[in-house]
Write a protein that binds this ligand. Structure first.
Ligand code: FRU
Length: 329
């Protein structure tokens, strides 16, 4: 095998269409740029499981030093990851899980806790009885299953709430619209818990059509920063609350580097979450402002360094050329 002087990281991304995934990738790119020897390549499967399996095998063929995968669905991607391990490639799973424990490390927030936090938050805000509707993500992916389990486990223990309906969405807005529209013809719940903020925005739009946007309270998940993120939705009073679901992009790169360097890493790495509502939304926004400024600074500095390296290289080849000419003379 040819000696390599860099660490090749391959990331098999589920899709790149939404801002949460874009933030994850940005976190990885900025973090990689802090390690001079790390080269990151992202392959994006556009939410197509077959493509993702193919891309994992392509990374295996390329013999990357570490593989990072965010599986679209758990079950169908499991065997591909076992193949990577068999080929001796350490593999980090991020956000969505595979079936079983055949991976090097996992990184992500505790989705069971996110479901529990959503239920506890609703319970803490009610005096009398209330009814609740749940909109799940794609239940072939682990965050949807775990958020549902956590949410229902807490609701079950209380007499004050009843889960009156669960709509199975697919993480995107259009999967919510039709079924919720129909449901609202026959009932008006007190709360709707949507497994992410994109679907929560869909909920709000349907509520508006029924003129119910001021009656039904919405709780989402993700809490992204920026114009179409959950933080803004909480500020705009579209959402009552959202639960932060950090992407873990930067942390995944740190893990990858540690693994390649032979350092100890935990098998399961849990990222913190927090409920964001009107009480702490400004604080959260300020924190993210600072983080984004830092990221932009790093990117700016990186660009300057790259330009200097290029200038140095061209000067260097110029000097070599001149020395060559002198030798000829
Ligand atoms: C982004 C996303 C998030 C959600 C996560 C679950 O693609 O749909 O909105 O929290 O994936 O894996």
């Amino acid at each position: 095998k040819e000696a390599k002087n860099h660490i090749q990281v391959g990331f098999a991304q589920a899709m790149s269409s939404d801002n949460w995934r874009k933030e994850m990738e940005k976190g990885m790119q900025v973090q990689s740029s802090l390690y001079p020897h790390v080269k990151l390549e992202i392959k994006n499967a556009n939410n197509n499981v077959e493509s993702q399996i193919q891309q994992i095998h392509d990374f295996i063929d390329e013999r990357v030093d570490v593989l990072i995968v965010s599986p679209i669905k758990s079950k169908p991607v499991t065997a591909a990851i076992e193949n990577a391990l068999k080929a001796g490639i350490p593999t980090i799973i991020i956000d969505r899980k595979i079936d079983g424990n055949n991976y090097t490390a996992y990184i992500g927030a505790n989705n069971m806790d996110i479901g529990k936090d959503a239920a506890k938050y609703i319970l803490s805000g009610i005096k009398d009885f209330t009814s609740v509707v749940q909109i799940t993500g794609d239940i072939a992916s682990s965050p949807a299953r775990e958020r549902q389990l956590g949410f229902e486990s807490v609701l079950k223990k209380s007499e004050k709430v009843k889960l009156v309906a669960t709509i199975h969405g697919d993480w995107e807005k259009p999967s919510v619209t039709g079924p919720l529209d129909k449901l609202l013809d026959s009932m008006t719940p007190g709360y709707i818990f949507a497994h992410n903020d994109r679907m929560a925005m869909g909920v709000w739009e349907v509520l508006k059509q029924h003129d119910l946007q001021n009656k039904v309270k919405i709780v989402g998940v993700d809490g992204l920063y920026g114009p179409n993120g959950g933080i803004q939705y909480v500020k705009d009073k579209i959402l009552l609350a959202t639960i932060l679901y950090p992407t873990g992009g930067a942390e995944a790169i740190d893990l990858a580097v540690k693994i390649v360097n032979g350092e100890f890493v935990h098998k399961n790495n849990t990222l913190n979450t927090v409920v964001i509502d009107s009480v702490n939304v400004d604080l959260m926004q300020n924190q993210f402002n600072k983080l984004v400024e830092q990221q932009n600074d790093i990117e700016g500095q990186q660009q300057v360094i790259n330009e200097q390296v290029k200038a140095y290289q061209s000067q260097n080849s110029m000097i070599k050329l001149m020395i060559g000419l002198l030798v000829l003379l």
